[in-house]
Design a protein around this ligand. Sequence first.
Ligand SMILES: [Cu+2]
Length: 360
Amino acid sequence: MSDTDVAEQPSDMLYSSASRRTFFKRAAATAIAGGALVACSDSDAQKKLAGKADASGGTTAPNPAPLSTAASAEAMDRMHEAGIKAFPAKTEGKGNQLMQPVMDKGVKVYDITAEAVKWETEPGKKVEAWAYNGQVPGPQIRVREGDKVRLVLHNRLTESTAIHFHGLELPNNMDGVPFITQPPVKPGESFTYEFTAPIGNHGSHMYHSHHNAAKQVGLGLLGAFIVEPRRPSASERADIDYVMILNDGMHGYTLNGKGFPATEPIVAKMGQKVRVRFMNEGMMIHPMHLHGMHMTVIAKDGWMQPAPWKCDTLNVAPGERWDVIVDCNNPGTWAFHCHILPHAESDHGMFGMVTALIVA
Ligand SMILES: [Cu+2]
């Protein structure tokens, strides 16, 4: 994605052309009410502009007509306020839902179907997604180290695919990379992955397509694969365990498959500990910044850190997973967002990789 694409994206993502027209209309109306520069109706303005038409058929008049500073600031602030008031906005579909396995003689069995669906990333914005079991991100899989796991992938897509278990140290033939470790799973076919969750390899991992992946993962073929330790260490004990998957593919900048204001707030009580598992399934870095409280980093890519360390902004690069603990000791609603600002805010307001930690 080029810089230009990034700069264009906010308005394209958040507002239709109809709402942009509403924005300019409202701005003009505000200017009139304030006795500001724009003091003519639409048709008057059009006549004036027509009078200044040049020989090329264009016009030398400013376009759109300039607003007073107060009027344009007011118009912008209203859009920002509307976005915040809409949060958390309802949308159809919820990704990253915990999946219960079917037990088969001591094996945890997960049936995963890859197929195209319509996915609502923000209110009214429906996009094509390639999803596991109809969710973006796909269902959250949680096993314990040493568990026997069978994952059956059914391909209902128009392309071949395969699943790679990102972060898991598995036998080579279970690594899910077409032509390196297995044949591609063709449309209409199924493939069975079977392995034991490796002892000592617990933590925050992922599963995703490893075939035409820029497109397939960008469209939603991804999910969390968490391996719980048999004996959790004291530093990882938490009251709330929250998975936050970042993506920046065809659906724009998303947290768990949704863009602000349709992202999900994390809600905690005073004194609770929240564990956030950041996972980056995108193609860009995303420095995640929490207001009001620091984060204590306990694990990188599932591996416990030699000693926990503190920060308020944590860069999460593509493929990385970082686990942090937040000690919720400061009440309020705290912004929690990517600090590459064009991933989070535009002149139309906040969008994309923004959510909140609410300490009640
Ligand atoms: Cu970002």
